[in-house]
Design a protein around this ligand. Sequence first.
Ligand code: TPP
Ligand code: MG
Length: 444
Amino acid sequence: MNPTLRKGKVPPNNNNQAVYPDRESFYWSKITLVMGLRGSLMGKLNNIDNPNNITKEETLKLEFISENALSIPVFKMMDADGELYDGACHSSLDKDTAIKIYETMRFIRILDERMLAAQRQGRISFYMQCLGEEAAVTASAAALESQDMIFAQYREQAALAYRGFELEQFMHQNFSNSKDLGKGRQMPIHYGSNALNYMTISSPLGTQIPQAAGYAYGQKLDGNGGCTICYFGEGAASEGDFHAGLNMAAVHKAPVIFFARNNGYAISTPASEQFKGDGIACRGVGYGMKSIRVDGVDTLAVYEAVKLAREYAVKNNEPILIESIAYRLAAHSSSDDPTGYRSKDEEENFRLNCPVNRFRNYLIKQNWLDEQEDESSKETIRKEVLAALKKAEVVEKPSLEDLITDVYEEVPQHLRKQMDELKAHIAKYPEHYPASSGAKGENH
Ligand SMILES: Cc1ncc(C[n+]2csc(CCOP(=O)(O)OP(=O)(O)O)c2C)c(N)n1
Ligand SMILES: [Mg+2]
């Protein structure tokens, strides 16, 4: 290489040191190679005719696209009597899966009812019900494979139950006792299970959305045919994380199903005060992904939509956005009182649109469910739930030391200091703490 050809490109030799032509040639050959490779790669990645990455239609008309241009319809299959609409899609739901979905919904209704009562009695500190959204959550989970990862918000206990989380585990978590998988470190309903591919719930809204995108990207790299489902409410879709997560998944082609539960409220804020656009589904189109809106009280419709979404996501390594429409029938949580922001009439109206009854009607019509057996099963489940509750509430609390373990290999000084202060405080006021907290000299 002739050094004179590189004039003007060579970095100035500030130290006035001799520049050895040979070494210089070596560096320049490397730089040229890297630049050349980069250039040919860029040529492949970028469409050099379309650097803005847009569809290139042109028009002479001066007009804005209407904000309702998409007007996304709600996909449904069966009516409130469990009857398929004329012209409805074929249902691929087999009897065993259908019964398992129904049993899960029935169980969650009873569990929710019982645990809310337990909170009212002061036995647990907090609870959140899934009431009204059982079909959306259960049927979507049923359409997945067990290897698929679930990132949930907090109202998706039915998905975890469908995966096989035991009644006892639900109880141990809600009572934050020593048998809880999370060792009592989380508030009630913040479940998690490694074995069942269910990421532990975290309270800050929307954080699971970019996490799910990243997890699904990892699944794509692993190439084992798995995907991720990410549940969130329409309220969480107002978080920046929603936009970051969807864009990241679309650009990096991650097999993730974003499942937006549009239940009409973010605590007391109605959807009409949350966003002006046409719900959540239209936003998926904005991020360049396939999107669908589905009737969230229609078990069959949710199942088919998620099944197809899964197939598509895994086959093409693409994210999908599903918006499910199902009213949040219960209060936001045990700390909420909806009478302050919505009428009884409104609630009653939606109560008639019960997803569990609708699916029950369907099963009875198929001769897959016996009404009497169903009623007696409910009684049995109530008894089992109550018995498990009574057992879990007397299990000792986790060891105090568990508070600062499992994160660092060795407990750092600042945590040790806080633990010592906590122990001193408990020793001073033992009457306010359970024996297992170390108050009575025990620390197991
Ligand atoms: C970052 C953040 N902001 C606010 C809250 C308080 N908060 C908890 S739940 C909730 C409403 C969420 O509504 P939505 O996402 O629609 O879910 P839904 O409760 O309706 O299932 C709010 C505002 C929070 N947990 N995290
Ligand atoms: Mg909501």
